[in-house]
Design a binder for this molecule. Sequence first.
Ligand SMILES: [Zn+2]
Ligand SMILES: [Zn+2]
Length: 307
Amino acid sequence: MPQIHKKIKSISFGVFSPKHTVDLAAAKIVTPELYDREGYPVDGGLMDIRLGVIDPGLRCKTCGGKLKECPGHFGYIELARPVVHINYIRQVLDLLKSTCKFCSRLMLPDITLKKYSALLAKVAEEEGIDARRQKLREITSKYKIKDKCPHCEKKQEKIKIEKPYNFYENEVRLSAIEIRARLEKISNEDLDLFGMDVSTGFRPEWLILTVISIPPVTMRPSITLESGERSEDDLTHKLGDVVRINQRLFENINAGAPEVIIEDLWDLLQYHITTFFNNEVPQLPPARHRGGQPLKTLAERIKSKEL
Ligand SMILES: [Zn+2]
Ligand SMILES: [Zn+2]
């Protein structure tokens, strides 16, 4: 296989659509089990050899390459229930607050929108997209004080967030399913006004995850200790929790378990996926090794990379 050398100038982070996440993946991960009795990676487990190989003597089932030949391949997990993406809480809150609960339109009369569109464009140009969103929120909140949608005239309720990721409308918690359904209904025209780049096909409901991408095995290799025992990478540890709770949630939903049990597991899934992305969220206890030290997950890993 030829060696490719590239100099990376910058990396930008975005959100993939659920479809793209699945299309990109070489395998769907469905079991928390890693190895069978012979120590061979289990099919559908996090070390599945379709995601790449780290053992000499094994061949990747996706590209046929051996250790050091195979670059590794992404996998995915289908979530039993959607969860909020911790990196986009602010954007989700802004959208929920600025749009009508009933007709999903931006909470501004069309005539006002026209009036402010030049100002918004100017703010975007001079101070960036975040400032534009902030400005739009200020403008819409003035109208929301009236409690009524200018389009359908229905009364609105107060939306707030309890950090890190619980949304409330009045005193009622909004589930990720409900939030996702609301985001789905916002039109591309309104999103454009909101300063979101819809030209790439981006949709805000992607900020509520229904699938998550699994990094290749080669990105999280296990090491073999002197005792012959394997020691797994922190990401694999964390993903193991995600898969375990997700499968338990699937089973309980299918078995018709009481809603309290399902909600507890759903909350736990939200916690594990959040700490997979970022294990230093201020309001959350970090996920730890048995020995007590916090796991290093995605955000901590990216921070420690020097470009
Ligand atoms: Zn491969
Ligand atoms: Zn409305």
